[in-house]
Design a protein around this ligand. Structure first.
Ligand code: KG4
Ligand code: ZN
Length: 384
């Protein structure tokens, strides 16, 4: 029995095919929209929706060249949380497939999907404490089984990934910013560049909450003082705005910048000492903040042996290293997803669907499966 799973919650179209019995990932493909949104500095929902309408059928067609639709036993699809216009595209395709093949449709919570990215082609490990860091979420969860997961700590404002995205946008790098800032910070660390001193959020507050808006603001204020850098960024932004109308959705940002002045300016920006020191300072403060709060959590919760980091931003190099040290200190076993399954993908949705099927939940949701921009499935049991 095989599951076809679909992910379309933000800006990645992905389809996977997983064997229900031995967990083998038989097929997985993804089309990213990053280059289309990059120039706008964030995801443009209307553009995302149009790209999904193009990319999802294209993925399904490629799938059909290798497999027969009649062999599919279940359809699984992300139905919350995410951008409504993006979620709808995947859910509409999933409903059409489930109805025409007359097979059950399973709605999957995207955050549970990220947690199950740990178990792709592997058995589940419960109980488990999880730090989930993505573009929209920063939370600690306690997970006892598929149906028994609770958010115990949350962010008061921005998420970790969002903080990187906004910082990258301020620096003129476009969207998404996580990997760009992480790379520059790693180079700065190797070159012993002095890091910009930025505050560590909520350092003196004895709570488990996260917060990134103050750090983002401190980053903005520090950047404002770097006049030389600001003038390069302004030049980059002027070129972007001048040509933005000329960029059709078929022309990727990389094509666009080829041979243009923008490419040279972005290189200058990237290699500038202030950029390096700001990126390094942000990386250090943001990951120290996450680590301090995880430490506080681990001090209070000694029973759960396994600790995990999941979500697109769990690819962050400094975060992985600091959390590994923390787990060593508290004698916990750290679980991380393969780097290729940290960001949004359909393999994790298929794996989560197997978790759901094994709980014998009701999943014949063809007619009543709805989307929700917000998480409604994971309940809160906040601890201080
Ligand atoms: O999970 P994901 O693919 O999409 C959401 O569900 O949001 O996460 C994407 C987020 C973006 O904000 C991106 O900038 C961030 O993950 N990200 C990173 C890194 N790689 C991706 N943030 C920090 N460091 C990274 N290396
Ligand atoms: Zn995600």
């Amino acid at each position: 029995m095989n599951i076809l799973s679909i992910e379309s919650s933000c800006d990645d179209s992905a389809i996977a095919y997983t064997n229900l019995h031995n967990l083998e990932l038989l097929w997985h493909k993804k089309i990213s929209q990053e280059s289309a949104h990059k120039i706008y500095g964030g995801v443009v929902p209307e553009l995302a929706s149009r790209l999904f309408a193009n990319d999802l059928p294209q993925l399904l067609n490629t799938f059909k060249q290798e497999f027969t639709l009649k062999d599919i036993s279940y359809i699984a699809v992300t139905n919350e949380p995410g951008l409504s216009t993006s979620l709808l595209e995947g859910v509409m395709m999933a409903k059409a497939l489930a109805l025409s093949l007359q097979i059950p449709l399973i709605g999957i919570n995207h955050l549970k999907g990220h947690i199950y990215s740990l178990f792709i082609e592997k058995d589940e490990v419960f109980p488990l404490s999880v730090l989930l860091v993505s573009g929209g979420h920063t939370m600690i969860l306690e997970c006892y089984s598929y149906n028994d997961m609770y958010v115990v700590s949350n962010t008061l404002d921005d998420s970790f990934g969002e903080c990187y995205d906004k910082a990258a946008k301020m620096l003129g790098f476009g969207y998404p910013g996580g990997a760009v800032i992480d790379n520059i910070a790693q180079i700065a660390q190797r070159e012993n560049v002095a890091k910009e001193k930025l505050p560590i959020p909520l350092e003196n507050q004895n709570t488990l909450n996260f917060s990134f808006s103050g750090l983002k603001n401190a980053f903005r204020l520090s950047l404002q003082n770097k006049k030389e850098l600001i003038s390069i960024i302004e030049e980059v932004n002027t070129i972007r705005i001048r040509y933005i109308d000329e960029v059709s959705k078929n022309v990727s940002d990389m094509d666009y910048i080829q041979g243009s002045k923008l490419k040279d300016l972005l290189l200058i920006l990237q290699n500038h000492n202030y950029t390096k020191s700001l990126a390094y300072g942000l990386q250090d403060s943001a990951t120290t903040h996450l680590t301090q709060k995880c430490k506080k959590y681990l001090k209070q919760n000694t029973e759960i042996k396994h600790f995990a980091i999941v979500g697109g931003a769990s690819a962050n190099s400094m975060l992985r290293s600091k959390i590994q040290d923390l787990c060593n200190q508290f004698n916990k076993i750290l679980l991380v997803s393969d780097l290729k399954y940290c960001s949004d993908n359909a393999a994790m949705i298929g794996r989560a669907a197997i978790g759901k099927i094994k709980t014998n939940s009701i999943y014949n949701e063809v007619l009543n499966l709805d989307i929700s921009p917000r998480n409604t499935e994971l309940k809160y049991r906040l601890i201080s």
